[in-house]
Ligand binder design. Structure first.
Ligand SMILES: [Zn+2]
Length: 337
């Protein structure tokens, strides 16, 4: 089978690999569609740890190809998606909170071979059935959508709250839609690319602002734009987190949702103290996949406006080139066999 294998940063090769066979309690899945996520780009650029060489990719959907022993409820041909990681390191005692108790995980595309290939093997415990009504180019976004659901859960009460999202990428634009479903009063979106902010408006953002334009200063001066109840950092940058601290109201909540690599030199610590901000981290999507699938199946969340490129797996290198060059119109790049 064809597989996109990363040997070193920027050294991605399309190779012919044997089709995996499922071990006990594992299944193999024929990939229908896989999305290039920001984490994949960080691995590709050597900014996020991975054991190489490795088949990249962790967000996908497909059909069950073969089922190993001791697997219930899954059969060949069934449409499914699988979670991007699974627990291998034991679990901490349940402390009654929603925190993920797993001590150590294996992750597709980083520490286990991923889904940028024709057939991927995963533990059956990570697999979720999806209805036929969800098209493959939509279903490949379920993993990110599930992380957005988790971020809204971490944020606490959202009904009638005024929300700002910093970072209108694939994750931020799914989060925008989940916030609207959760009953927020309004969502504003702050970003650096007009094409993405335009999509945010179309998906229901009340206001948007481009930090690279002079008009952003005017936008910030509006009283409503300094008083957000909840600020989500979805860009994965320290400057995005700094913006959240400034946009949140006194007593507001800041959710660190984008993966920030590195330190936080630019963050205005005084804001945390003087506004008595509550800061929450949101990692992964434990327990949120079912709700994500339901949001897509019901049509409450749209993925199509976010998919800008659909390209064959043997052009994965071109897909990463589009993603790393930060081309103006590129948003979600989807690989298909
Ligand atoms: Zn991802």
């Amino acid at each position: 089978m064809k597989a996109a294998v990363l040997h070193a940063p920027y050294d991605l090769r399309i190779e012919d690999r044997p089709v995996p066979t499922p071990a006990n309690r594992w299944v193999t899945i024929s990939v229908e569609a896989a999305g290039i996520c920001g984490t994949d780009v960080a691995v590709y650029e050597g900014k996020y740890a991975a054991s190489l060489p490795r088949i990249l990719g962790h967000e996908f959907c497909g059909r069950v190809l073969a089922v190993g022993g001791d697997v219930d409820g899954l059969e060949p041909g069934q449409r499914v998606m699988a979670e991007g990681s699974w627990c291998v390191g034991g679990e901490a005692p349940d402390d009654g909170t929603s925190h993920d108790p797993c001590m150590s995980r294996l992750a597709l595309g980083r520490t286990a071979d991923g889904c940028f290939c024709e057939v991927v093997a995963v533990p059956s415990s990570t697999v979720h059935a999806i209805p036929n009504s969800i098209r493959a180019t939509e279903a490949q976004s379920i993993t990110t959508l599930a992380t957005a659901v988790r971020a809204t859960q971490r944020a606490g009460e959202l009904v009638n709250r005024r929300v700002v999202i910093v970072g209108p990428g694939h994750a931020g634009l799914l989060l925008l839609q989940v916030c609207l479903v959760a009953g927020v009063q309004s969502v504003s979106v702050v970003g650096t690319r007009d094409s993405r902010l335009h999509i945010a408006r179309k998906l229901g953002a009340e206001s948007v602002s481009n930090v690279r334009l002079a008009s952003h200063e005017d936008w910030l001066q509006a009283p409503a734009h300094k008083e957000f109840d909840v600020a989500f950092e979805a860009s994965g940058t320290a400057s995005g987190l700094a913006a959240c601290f400034e946009l949140a109201r006194r007593g507001g909540r800041v959710v660190s949702y984008g993966i920030i690599n590195g330190t936080l030199d630019e963050v205005p610590g005084q804001e945390i103290y003087s506004k008595e901000l509550t800061i929450l981290g949101s990692r992964g999507a434990e327990g949120c996949y079912g709700e994500a699938i339901e949001l897509l199946a019901s049509g409450s969340v749209a993925v199509d406006p976010l998919v800008t490129h659909v390209i064959p797996i043997d052009q994965t290198k071109e897909g990463f080139a589009i993603a790393t060059q930060r081309l103006e119109d590129a948003l979600r790049i989807v690989l298909v066999p």
